[in-house]
Design a protein around this ligand. Structure first.
Ligand code: C2E
Ligand code: SIN
Ligand code: SIN
Ligand code: FE
Length: 371
């Protein structure tokens, strides 16, 4: 990429100088190459910038003028976000080193002393226009890329969401037409997590980011059911102990499936880490009687303890091939009965406080209301 092509077709140079002869001299020099605008005082220049949308590409600024000096003018220009990035070159009879230093400190890009050499003026202007064009190009490119990344990220999230719904619905019921159970459980988990966010036992774990991750991961809790034979998963009757042993393997199968996905991906993603933990631990019970590991109390990952309450509540109120759905009240009673045996006591208490919210979520995403 050549910087040359980035410079606007015909750049506009704005000259501020109180001496008519200087204005004429510099204008005449620049006009064959640039559009030229002039102001005969700092005040007029500032008024011009305040009143016009279009900004020049470069400003040549005299220092010693009646009224505002060039130094005063540049200070004002740097306060205006529209003008701030326009390169300013001081063009002046002063040639003291301190003035040059001050001019550069105030944000000028260059400093040319009079009497001017036409070729030096043209060369410096060209250089600074190119620098500016490259800077603009990089900034625009950066903004473009950021916008593009935001858009792609949104698309990927949407795809991720849809894929999860499709896969997990299929895994759980062999029915690609339902996704409401998945929606409900993710909302239950989020409600529990939010309620426990200030609880000393849970606060360190439940950051806002973690709650969002839990919300996204929760739908994968039963992904392992994809590996359970239809004859067991869809059996319209009580499972035999042998069948239930196979059923229990959905936790380990889910963990392995997600692990496999992570290996394929070649990196660790928070969402999959948490999904894996939920899949593996959502059937553990507080008293150690759960599966697959028989973990007890705080040994059970927090995400699994939240998921257990969400999952069982939803299983209870929902009609399954093997059972009728219970009423909300009956479901609540069963969960509360499991306080300290099946469920973490504090999570159960949060559920007790949130039971109306659970009911609302259940109604909002009820199975009768298909997408
Ligand atoms: P699921 O249907 O999603 O149920 C999840 C959990 O909700 C169950 O885990 C259990 O803790 C609770 N739950 C569900 N229904 C009831 C109920 O009527 N009463 C009580 N107290 N709790 C209930 P669990 O038992 O480990 O089962 C895991 C999965 O195994 C179930 O997921 C379901 O897919 C399957 N399953 C369990 N029992 C049977 C059955 O008798 N027949 C069939 N076909 N599948 C079963
Ligand atoms: C659902 O996926 O919406 C719940 C499954 C069911 O109706 O049993
Ligand atoms: C069921 O068999 O209905 C679920 C198992 C349980 O009651 O824990
Ligand atoms: Fe499960």
């Amino acid at each position: 990429m050549s910087a040359e092509i980035l410079v606007p077709e015909k750049a506009t140079i704005f000259i501020v100088d109180d001496t008519p002869e200087n204005l004429t001299l510099v204008s005449t020099l620049l006009k064959p190459f640039y559009r030229v605008k002039v102001a005969t005082s700092g005040e007029k220049a500032l008024v011009y910038f305040a009143q016009h949308e279009a900004v020049p590409d470069l400003i040549l600024l005299d220092i010693v003028m009646p009224g505002l000096s060039g130094f005063d003018v540049i200070v004002e220009l740097k306060k205006n976000s529209k003008i701030r990035d326009i390169p300013v070159i001081f063009l002046t009879a002063m040639s003291r080193v301190e003035d040059e230093k001050k001019g550069l400190e105030l944000g000028a890009v260059d400093y040319i002393t009079k009497p001017i050499s036409p070729s030096v003026v043209l060369a410096r202007i060209k250089t600074h226009l190119q620098n500016k064009a490259v800077a603009d190009f990089l900034r625009d490119k950066n903004e473009y890329l950021e916008a593009e990344i935001a858009k792609r990220t949104e698309e990927i999230s949407a795809i991720q969401y849809v894929t999860i719904f499709a896969l997990t619905s299929l895994a759980e019921t062999r029915d690609s037409d339902t996704g409401n159970h998945i929606r409900r459980t993710q909302h239950y988990v989020k409600a529990l997590a939010k309620a426990l966010q200030t609880h000393p036992r849970f606060a360190p774990y439940l950051s806002d980011t973690m709650i969002e991750t839990l919300f996204k991961s929760a739908p994968l809790h039963d992904i392992g059911k994809v590996g359970i034979p239809d004859a067991i998963l869809l059996k319209p009757a009580k499972l035999t102990p042998e069948e239930f042993e196979i059923m229990k393997s959905h936790t380990t199968l889910g963990k392995k499936a997600i692990e496999h996905a992570e290996e394929q991906l070649g990196m660790s993603v928070a969402f999959l880490e948490v999904a894996k933990e939920i899949a593996y631990s959502h059937h553990e019970k507080w008293d150690g009687s759960g599966y697959p590991l028989g973990l007890k109390g705080d040994e059970i990952p927090i995400c699994g303890r939240l998921m257990a309450v969400a999952d069982v509540y939803d299983a209870l109120i929902t009609k399954r091939v093997y059972k009728e759905g219970f009423s909300h009240e009956k479901a609540v009673a069963i969960i509360l009965e499991g306080r300290g045996t099946h469920f973490d006591p504090d999570v159960t208490d949060a559920f007790r406080a949130l039971q109306e919210t659970f009911h609302e979520i259940a109604m909002r995403f009820s199975d009768s209301q298909r997408l």
